[in-house]
Design a protein around this ligand. Structure first.
Ligand SMILES: Cc1cc2nc3c(=O)[nH]c(=O)nc-3n(C[C@H](O)[C@H](O)[C@H](O)COP(=O)(O)OP(=O)(O)OC[C@H]3O[C@@H](n4cnc5c(N)ncnc54)[C@H](O)[C@@H]3O)c2cc1C
Length: 443
């Protein structure tokens, strides 16, 4: 059977027993330890089409892999075909048009460094080895989101191969219905072989850091954060309740920020937080490219990870108090993480695309990392219980890239109206649900 695929396919075809198999089947989250029947490492859009036809002929379940960082493990499977985009990692920048083209297997660090080579930037996520594809198709939150929007707000085109192996160029003007759906529910409709992004001039220096406060000061500090947030809607704010290793595992309230203005502006603006007298403070001017890689090791491959998230209509004292209560039992290497929305994120109308949650003041997530499989149940249970306790404070929508529980109701992720529009799109572009290893929109 495989000989038919190999005859037509230019990339590597890897099956169990092949010396490359054990490495090729690994994805970022060690919990997703699965054994596909075949891994097809694509080198071109033609390879993708060939792999799709092969899977259809054999009736194989298909997992599509970009950067392999799906926390739910959607980019691998047991017994099926992995269409692996990882050899297709090229990023090209056209500085005159301020445009980048990234292939479907590119990593964020490649897009970052290619754009910065021309003094440009596309806002992306905060860990360099994350895949451009999965991040963009779900939304793409990051340090520059309040200034330049989500990654998906800077997406201009997608070259897509559909479930029938058809090639589509998808933009605001060409196949606009699909462009709407790809921006937030994109893993459902096809395989993106390349993305076109709008870039922005950016000198590459940011003022970034984190100030740690004792948890018992969280209400006072949160009050100041709210004032800062309202006064500086374009400045990134990342709050966390976590254990600080450098303080012997003490639970702290961390206030992080990335200011992309001049150093003088940042010094002036961030004084409001820093003058509160934190336990420690790492703020200073830094290289954007270096900060984009700073978590690459701590968030490296091979660990176990769980996350669950939601959107907060406001950063109320009740929420802060609830987080402080939960942090009393927070496991090591875990955090309740809150990122400010609004700014450029809130300036895009919520119905502009499938991504949902624009109206939120903050996103909030429980994030847990550990290494021993024996801890799986306890860590996952803590994350679920924390988000259950916070549920009364949550508003509409969920960030699809943080939804790990398979079979989550799509209306919870997108709201009922958008979900119905997505179902109609799915019926049009993938009526057989060929692409179903994702937060699935059932046709
Ligand atoms: C360490 C880490 C850091 C993260 N940081 C951030 C962050 O800062 N901001 C943020 O918004 N999110 C972040 N995330 C979440 C991240 O956006 C999602 O996990 C995302 O799905 C990863 O994309 P990927 O291509 O690496 O994943 P994959 O596992 O390869 O794919 C994820 C999903 O997209 C589909 N897919 C992959 N490639 C393609 C393609 N070419 N065409 C069509 N579908 C495809 C897959 O089938 C799967 O359903 C982070 C995740 C991790 C693990």
């Amino acid at each position: 059977m495989l000989s038919r695929l190999k005859a037509r396919f230019k990339g590597k075809v890897i099956e169990p027993g092949d010396p490359a198999y054990e490495q090729a089947r690994v994805v970022w989250n060690a919990i997703a330890d699965r054994r596909p029947a075949v891994i097809a490492q694509c080198t071109s859009p033609d390879d993708v089409v060939t792999a799709i036809h092969f899977a259809r002929e054999l009736g194989l379940v298909v997992a599509v892999r970009g950067g392999g960082h799906s926390v739910a493990g959607f980019s691998t499977c047991d017994g099926g075909l992995v269409i692996d985009m990882s050899p297709m990692r090229e990023v090209k920048v056209d500085p005159s048009r301020r445009r980048a083209t990234a292939q479907g297997g590119a990593h964020l660090s490649q897009l970052d460094s290619a754009a910065q080579a021309h003094g440009l930037v596309c806002p992306v996520g905060v860990v360099g080895h994350t895949g451009v594809a999965g991040l963009t198709l779900g939304g793409g939150m990051g340090r520059l989101q309040r200034k330049l929007g989500l990654t998906v707000d800077n997406l201009e085109s997608v070259d897509l191969i559909t479930a029938e192996g058809r090639r589509l160029h998808v933009t605001e003007k060409e196949n606009p219905d699909l462009f709407w759906g790809l921006r937030g529910a994109g893993a459902n409709f096809g395989i993106a072989t390349s993305f076109g992004f709008r870039l922005h001039p950016f000198n590459g220096t940011i003022f970034q850091g984190v100030a740690l406060f004792p948890v018992d000061r969280c209400l006072e500090v949160a009050e100041r954060v709210r004032e800062f947030d309202a006064a500086h809607p374009d400045v990134h704010i990342a709050l966390a309740f976590t254990r600080a290793e450098e303080l012997g595992g003490r639970v702290v309230f961390a206030v992080g920020s990335t200011h992309a203005g001049t150093v003088e502006e940042a010094q002036r603006d961030l004084r409001a937080i820093r003058e509160l007298g934190p336990l420690s403070d790492t703020f200073g001017p830094k290289s954007y490219l270096e900060i984009q890689l700073v978590a690459d090791e701590s968030m490296g491959w091979g660990k176990r990870f769980y996350t669950k998230s939601g959107f907060l209509p406001e950063l109320s004292d009740d929420v802060i108090e609830a987080c402080a209560d939960l942090s009393e039992t927070i496991p090591p290497d875990a955090e309740l993480s809150l990122w400010a929305h609004s700014g450029a994120v809130g300036r895009v109308p919520d119905d502009a695309m499938a991504y949902t949650g624009r109206d939120a003041a903050y996103s909030i997530s429980a994030e847990l990392q550990w290494t021993d499989a024996a801890d799986d149940d306890a860590r996952i249970a803590w994350g679920r219980a924390a988000m259950a306790a916070l549920k009364p404070h949550l508003g509409t929508g969920r960030y699809v890239n943080d939804v790990v529980e398979v079979g989550t109701d799509g209306a919870q992720i997108y709201g009922q109206v958008k979900y119905e529009r997505l179902v109609a799109l799915k019926r049009k572009y993938d009526p057989d649900n060929f692409f179903r290893l994702n937060q699935n929109i059932k046709p």
